[in-house]
Design a protein around this ligand. Sequence first.
Ligand code: GRF
Length: 202
Amino acid sequence: LKLAVLISGGGSNLKALIEATAHPGFPAKIVCVGADTDAAGLAYATDAGIQSFVVRPADHPNRAAWGTALAAAIREHDVDLVVSAGLMRILPAGFVSEFSPGLINTHPALLPLFPGAHAVRDALAAGATETGVTVHIIDEGVDTGPVLRQATVAVRAGETEAELHERIKQQERPLLVDTVRAIADGSLDLAAAASTAASDAT
Ligand code: GRF
């Protein structure tokens, strides 16, 4: 299975995917890494000899045009699955319709709880005693697509957002790797997951 991974920041989830896919037995390989900015995580791709590209929203008149350019960059690599791993952008409908359900995201909360860009901060602010991480198919909404995998993380009294987020990431990295492995080896059928959710929604 050929993967594109999209990032915006440090890329520790990307790093985990690079390490996992480096094993010859892993049923997927990363063929490109995309970012919306000069993300620090791009260095992991460079070090691993993986092609990468930056498609900046500021270089495009609107979100739809940005999505079109990002899709074009990915399409050149003939990928089977796009993994948003810390991409801090909402993908436009045209992009989603082109790649979904072969388009997944990881989110640092137990969706549908705490969607959006500040999930860890919101969980702490809400006084949650438990939160976690969700890997889901990206649909037209924001953090609303069919859930594929979740893991829970207990919140420790008095811990900071950064401390909690790092503990969430300790669960997130193996969860994301295992989800990609299941998709690649066929034990997780994205089309079935997407259609089940659609029929449940009716
Ligand atoms: C991850 O926790 C992801 O769920 C969230 O942003 C974080 C990115 O972390 N959207 P990293 O860049 O993979 O270290």
